[in-house]
Design a protein around this ligand. Structure first.
Ligand code: PFF
Length: 480
């Protein structure tokens, strides 16, 4: 154990995780977020369920897991911010330091994602408040296990989202509150901020997730939900669906934004990383599937449309919470659950540019977190104005695939469909072909056969598969 004085004595004392399990918890916290609970069920619902889920799981196993390991190992070698870490691996391998462009792209990507992530998390905060109010009034009626929104019809319940999106001062306040909490955690540092938040919040998260899933299985239509999620209709598989599944797999595992390189750089402990990477990928995918099994029984139980799109969670579920027994309580816990998941993820998003400012510009953690937190907040303001004051703006409207995308959707689509895939493609070519093999084997801790398999997936499968998906996803015309 390092004495307090030694650990905190000098500003340059390297920050780090206090144990392997602290790292795993923080990395799972980064991976599990809005992507799992809001985006995954939405995309699965829109893209026909089973076939999307199957492609998604295949991408996680064959590309995601090897990439998680590649990112963590890179950070572990570099022991500094993501750009510096890739540069360090390049130097030690006698390769061009220009390969660090992958981490530069990733750092910009993390900043861009944070801007809209915080806006959506603000909606979650609002609904947690609304459901909290419903719970209080149910208790006031002497019926704490009653439903929410007593006496309202479906339209009234669903109109809350439209009213929220039209109210920019409210959106601004919620966005500011969420970004403020994120900034607070990151400012406090790796050990007393990020690690502490993950250690407190992740157990709460898992407890709520399992509890609500069990509840939904009894109170909702579980069999229809499992049939929807696990029966594959391959006629639903288009290049766009495949592109969407890849983008979602990368986004959900926090890949391509240098997040895991950054978190990996705080690993001080020795020992192999294969099991650690597998735990992170498994936990993240497990939570996405569980979130599907939590949400769709409720959706089908209330005869709602699974293809409801981004508003599924915010409009469909509240309707279900009206009729379900214990609806007010479950609704409140549900939005609390998403809030907790979003926070541990936004913290990792802000940590990427914060570490960059520290490592590359020699700023203090506090200064760096403040500058990037404020910057992402500012950009997020445009995203939220895109629902009201700037609702006519289509930032990349000249580009077919972004034709109808408002500001938030444009940032989301551009990062997820383009920046993350391009980032991991460059990373996999670099790690697979340029990085010193002995050094990578030592950093990953994989034994002979496993190392060969990993290197094959990184060197061949990742660049080719991601390249093809990008090509056909962005230029659907190529398939005629
Ligand atoms: N993985 C997060 C989610 O699924 O919500 C989003 C995310 C967090 C992406 C952190 C990237 C990142 F660095």
């Amino acid at each position: 154990m390092v004495s307090k004085g030694a650990a905190m004595g000098s500003a340059s004392a390297k920050e780090g995780w206090s144990s392997r399990s602290a790292f795993i918890l923080a990395a799972v916290g980064a991976a599990v977020g809005l992507g799992n609970i809001w985006r995954f069920p939405t995309l699965a619902g829109e893209n026909g369920g089973g076939a999307f889920v199957l492609v998604y799981v295949a991408f996680v196993a064959l590309l995601g897991l090897p990439l998680v390991l590649a990112e963590i190992a890179t950070g572990r070698i570099g022991q500094t911010d993501a750009v510096g870490s890739v540069r360090d691996v390049a130097r030690r391998s006698n390769a061009s330091t220009g390969w660090s462009i992958t981490a530069t792209l990733g750092t910009i990507g993390a900043f861009l994602i944070l801007s809209f992530y915080s806006v959506v998390a603000g909606w979650v905060l609002y609904y947690a408040g609304v459901m909290g109010g419903e719970l209080v009034s149910a208790i006031g009626r002497g019926d704490p296990l009653g439903g929410a929104f007593a006496g309202e019809n479906n339209e009234q319940i669903q109109s809350r989202l439209g009213a929220l999106l039209g109210n920019w001062p409210l959106l601004l306040g919620l966005h500011a509150a969420f970004m403020g909490v994120t900034w607070f955690v990151v400012s406090r540092g790796v050990h007393s901020g990020i690690e502490k938040a993950a250690t407190i919040l992740m157990p709460i998260f898992f407890f709520l997730l399992i509890g609500i899933t069990i509840y939904g299985a009894f109170a909702g239509n579980f069999s229809e939900a499992t049939a929807f999620l696990f029966t594959a209709d391959f006629s639903k598989l288009t290049p766009q669906v495949i592109n969407e599944a890849l983008g979602q797999a990368l986004f959900s595992l926090s890949l391509g934004v240098a997040g895991l390189i950054t978190y990996g750089s705080y690993i001080k402990q020795s020992g192999g990383l294969g099991g650690t990477a597998a735990t992170i990928a498994l936990a993240d995918t497990g939570v996405a599937l569980l979130a599907g099994l939590m949400i769709f029984p409720i959706v089908f139980g209330a005869s709602l449309d699974p293809a409801g799109g981004p508003t599924l969670v915010f409009q469909a579920l509240p309707v279900a919470f009206q009729t379900m027994p214990g609806g007010a309580l479950i609704g409140f816990l549900f939005f609390l659950l998403i809030f907790v998941a979003a926070l541990t993820s936004s913290v990792s998003l802000l940590e990427v540019p914060t570490a960059w400012g520290k490592g590359e510009l020699k700023w203090s953690r506090h200064t760096s977190a403040t500058i990037f937190g404020l910057g992402a907040f500012g950009l997020g303001v445009f995203a939220l104005l895109g629902y009201n004051v700037l609702s006519d703006v289509r930032p990349l409207g000249f580009w077919g695939i972004f034709e109808n995308a408002d500001i938030l959707d444009t940032i989301d689509g551009f990062t997820g469909k383009i920046m993350l895939p391009v980032g991991v493609m460059i990373l996999s070519i670099f790690i697979g072909w340029k990085a010193d093999r002995k050094m990578m084997q030592a950093a990953t801790g994989l034994s002979g056969g496993m190392f060969k398999l990993w290197r094959f997936l990184i060197a061949w499968l990742c660049p080719i598969a991601v390249g093809l998906v990008l090509l056909f996803g962005l230029f659907p015309g190529l398939l005629g």
